[in-house]
Design a protein around this ligand. Structure first.
Ligand code: C5P
Length: 221
């Protein structure tokens, strides 16, 4: 049993994957199930934290004992994270946020009869929520943790991507996580390497997503 070492701390966790609508019935999404973020929220609550879970299309139920804020798109997730992030002691951005969204959303279903043999979608960049969050002041001693889900097979190259991302996003810790057709997303287990803002490897963990969650929370000051 772990101690209730997060008693009294406000922990904000994002989980799942955003969906960007194309028309009233279609979206562009990703395969994040929300399992790792949900495990972090559950672990933090079990360790005594007051947890807000920003949930984007979870494939599993949210844990008991946490406040859930449901969001759909990256822009909705941004609003909620920036509002809740102001009073959080810890922010963990485990959600897979769409980097791009369709430039226009059709108000009626897009019809193949009208489109013909090709349909060209124009996408525009979504705001980078983590970078925005770390650029705005929060509570004293706030810890911001980002995730990097990458398909890069080579460990050194994967770590290099993670180090660059930690610096670029201004996070305190970055959890590097290999994902692919069969790894990372939607699975029950995970393997991670955590790098600091300065690029040092601070921990490595593998096992159930709950074990990985506790290993990440163990790093909090
Ligand atoms: O750049 P990349 O998408 O790999 O960064 C991943 C990290 O940044 C995750 O923690 C994710 O939640 C966050 N992110 C974000 N806003 C975006 C895209 C990703 O905050 N538009």
């Amino acid at each position: 049993v772990r101690p209730r070492d997060l008693l009294g701390r406000r922990v904000l966790v994002t989980a799942g994957g955003t969906r960007e609508p194309l028309d009233p019935v279609r979206f562009i999404g990703n395969r994040s199930s929300g399992r790792q973020g949900v495990a972090i929220a559950a672990a933090a609550a079990a360790r005594g934290a007051e947890v807000v879970l920003v949930a984007a299309h979870l494939e599993i139920p949210a844990p008991q004992g946490v406040t859930v804020r449901e969001v759909g798109t990256a822009r909705e997730l941004r609003e909620t994270v920036l509002a809740e992030g102001a009073t959080a002691d810890v922010v963990v951005m485990a959600a897979a946020v769409a980097d791009y969204r369709p430039e226009t959303v059709a108000d009626a279903k897009i019809k193949k009869e009208a489109q013909g043999e090709e349909l060209v979608l124009r996408l525009v960049r979504n705001p980078d929520i983590l970078s925005e969050l770390t650029a705005t002041p929060g509570r004293d001693g706030r810890t911001v943790i980002g995730f990097a889900a990458e398909t890069e097979p080579d460990r050194d190259a994967l770590l290099a991507l993670g180090r660059a991302k930690a610096a670029r996003k201004g996070v305190d810790l970055l959890v590097v996580n290999r994902v692919g057709w069969t790894e990372g997303f939607a699975t029950e287990s995970n393997a991670i390497v955590v790098v600091s803002k300065g690029g040092d490897i601070v921990t490595e963990a593998s096992g159930s997503k709950r074990q990985v969650a506790d290993a990440i929370l163990d790093l909090l000051p």
